[in-house]
Design a protein around this ligand. Sequence first.
Ligand code: GLY
Length: 317
Amino acid sequence: MTTQVQPKLIIHGGAGSSLQGKGGVEKVRQLLHQIVEEVYTMLLAGASAKSAVVRGCQLLEDESRFNAGTGSVLQSDGQIRMSASLMDGATQSFSGVINVSRVKNPIDLAQFLQDASDRVLSDYGAAELVRELKVPCYDALTDTRLQEWIQERQDNFQRTMAGVVAEPELAESSNAGRGTIGVVALDTNGNVAAGTSTGGKGFERIGRVSDSAMPAGNYATSHAGVSCTGIGEDIIDECLAPRIVIRVSDGMSLKEAMEKSLREAGESKRDLGAIALDSKGAIAWGKTSDVLLAAFHDGSKIGDTLELPGGTLTGCI
Ligand code: GLY
């Protein structure tokens, strides 16, 4: 009989500039902790890391404050185009969709594509898949995101990206943000999976491809899994998720791999964050941005990273 492993879970709702006001922090904390609770219960009941990751991503996509699924930011032409990916460490297979519109949960398409021979589909191909699967048409637009875009249009798109969390008091912030959601899980069989989903940077050119549907932003093997958030171009330039995972596969501890990779990213003035766990049960996070909206379950309690000092920082438990 195989020995049961203590499940572990870490999730994020983006990284970016300081959350304004305690009200914002407490609301985000409550949302993240609730989702950790629900997904961790699934893992305890024996769900696979892959299905726990999909469920976690669905819940985060459905929460309109985060920039993925419902509440996704608008691109420069006022349209929502979402990207999501899933990587199962047990089979080391990556799948995803790039710039898909009018679906509620892009992560569901990434899940479907896990078993397909063509595993990453972009806009037209993703739309064809949505049609073939008869996925109901869904409008992910929220009033806050629409107002944010209208404001930016009036200001001639001076900001390079949208706010990390959609809240009236936070959307007024002139600081840029970097929204994405992600989940990394370790199941009772010792398997790791990672999933990431995003509406993109917001106000970007049509056709811009996010890191969230690339291995650079979402990667898992039998050793470790990572989901990234932040400026996609910075994450791609660092090739951050595989950089951390491969260091672990090559024998470095998760703590050292996160520290080294984030130190390098900080030195290169990147603006990003990452969550990770390994097959031995270590949980880690790192950021170069002001805040990282992450929460985790270590087997005995829920913790989060919402009120850390700004700048490059990593942690591991
Ligand atoms: N990390 C999300 C994006 O840049 O699209």
